[in-house]
Design a protein around this ligand. Sequence first.
Ligand code: SAH
Ligand code: SF4
Length: 381
Amino acid sequence: MQSSADAQNAAIPVNFYSFTLPALQEYLKKYGKEKFRAQQIFKWVYESRVTDFEQMSNLSKDLRAELKNLISFEMPPVLKHLISVDGTQKFLFDVKNENSVEAVLIPSDDRLTLCISSEIGCNMACQFCFTGKQKLKRRLTADEIVGQFMQAYDALAREGLGRRITNIVFMGMGEPLDNSDEVFKSIDVIHSPWGVNLSRKKITVSTSGLIPEMYKVADAKVRLAVSLNGYSDEVRSQVMPINKKYPLKDLLEECKRYYRATGEKITMEYVLLKGITDQVDHAQKLAKLLKDVPCKINIIPFNEHPGSGFERPDDETVQAFHTELIRLGAHVLLRRTMGRDIYAACGQLTTKGDRPETMDISNSKIGGVHVRSFSGGQPSV
Ligand code: SAH
Ligand code: SF4
């Protein structure tokens, strides 16, 4: 057992947001502290939103002084906070060494969804995705993921309108299943009653199809979204290189396994790329491909970003695709894309400085600000 003096000497305080309750209990035990102290601290932080040990009135003065050296409450600093004409808010976070990631808060009638990032850049190299243009720089740690949530939570509290985040989607920058240890640790903190206490059903992990990691989504009992974006292996491999390794047949088999394990439908995200995936016969092929997969299809007209080489289909083409899927009996959603004017829509997220801050969006009416499958950031789940 370590003495108080040892605790005082702890070189680096550990970030609180990286702790689950059992992990903090274990950590404090090393310094000779009672187990229930961890519970007390969790209550202060996630229930009362107090992160100054001096204000934790049920801890003794000495203990508070020691804890200051053991635990820090650092969250990724907000470098920029932009608000779209449609109410979408984008946060740009500093994740050290000149790196930044984005999170987007998307309001709709009955929910307020936070779309968070799991990595700086992404190695999956999907052709249509702005994040995919940047090679993976680093995977985020659990405290950086939980920190994005808490920063958005605090920003809402400061607004004083009583609005709360109702849903979280891992659809920001990065491939969550390429960083599964930290992502599922953060999910533990977010859904547990001792943490943020958000229902598992309100948490969605979106993947480009890393099949060997997908069982973890079922194990965590959270919702699964899959970036499909192609109606055949040929087209999908062209826009998503990961399809060469994990082709559609295996991917859809894994989706069915998820459904059998959880009873939850999968959300299939399907980006409409002009001339490539947006034609009526593509809708027919897509419906056929998915006919025995329990899912909802979210169609997302491509969101432009500089130098992508793809185009966004016009509103009529999008509507025709949508209508055809409905005619074929698919469960399909096309919602307003949100936050497009502040580059906060799907596939527009990037690190700072490599793109203008705002754009003109007058070319589309499906959302004065845009359409995103899972609605501008809203998954249909
Ligand atoms: N890496 C994960 C989650 C982040 S991407 C994944 O791929 O699922 C979130 C969603 O944004 C994916 O469904 C992807 O297909 C979509 N997306 C990426 N680039 C886009 C773009 N330029 N326009 C519209 N949607 C895009
Ligand atoms: Fe990565 Fe998802 Fe973008 Fe593909 S769509 S490059 S997996 S963030």
